[in-house]
Design a protein around this ligand. Sequence first.
Ligand SMILES: O=P(O)(O)OC[C@H]1O[C@H](OP(=O)(O)OP(=O)(O)O)[C@H](O)[C@@H]1O
Length: 306
Amino acid sequence: MIRSAVQWLPTSTHFGPRLAETLGIVGHEIILHRFPDGELRATVGPAAITTIVCCSLNQPNEKLIALLFAAEALRRNGAKRLVLVSPYLGYMRQDAAFHPGEAISQHAIGALLASTFDRVITVDAHLHRTPSLASVFPGIEADNLSAAPAIEAFLRTETVAPTAVVVGPDEESRTWVAEIAGRLGLSYSVARKVRRSDQSVQIAFTDATLFAGRPVFFIDDIVSSGGTLTACAEALAASGPSSVEAIIVHALFPPTLMTEFGRAGIRSIRSTNSAPHPTNAISLDDLLARALRREVVGIPESGSPP
Ligand SMILES: O=P(O)(O)OC[C@H]1O[C@H](OP(=O)(O)OP(=O)(O)O)[C@H](O)[C@@H]1O
């Protein structure tokens, strides 16, 4: 039996095959078949002792079922360690019952994945108010990697004026914004956000004069309905920045929204490849490969793959 392998769901070909190649181990696509009644069949490749399963959990409902089936087959075929790599981990945003009777999806999905996998690796999961990863994934290893170094490296390849300002829409974004601005030697500002509904937020900057005539880089973890990004662009427009560009970790919005973003004054949107999207421009592949090195026999944690 082989020692380690990567397998990916058909929706994760944007990073699974490259991860196998970077780690220098065998890779297989998990085959899904839909029966006439809508049920799924999953067929995995040969199980390895350590099998790394790649599946980004944007639009997660069916993917979760497919993951359960893949894990069942891999364990029954001899896999001893299953590592889930899910650069976007859905269902983490509901971390409390905001109204009586609501389910806390973060708890339910965390427990499900913890009972299925031995380790979960994700990137900037929406866990702002969660005390520890262990409370979401009880009894297994979990890594919530930061995309900030990848975003910083990307911005270094752009011509960013020293007068540029990095902005975030809310207190939760302060960590990325402060880190990235600090590393690039830029100023930053964090807005106050009030969420009114799924699609509507109110944004206010306390230091609006800061942006006049300067390029602005908006940075946030998620763009979904686009309400936050649009409200931020409209609030910024009032103070006359020379340009507004958005850098997103997880681009979950329908590409048809790009026209609306353009109308709101956003010149460009670039995202990491955590979920496949036309705005993908920042690769997380090296970050993920580094976190996986110790799963691959013969590659030291700090070494290079063969
Ligand atoms: O594109 P949108 O639909 O506006 O969603 C994106 C926003 O939602 C999330 O925060 P959220 O408002 O859930 O607040 P939180 O950080 O307090 O959970 C996220 O951090 C973004 O700011």
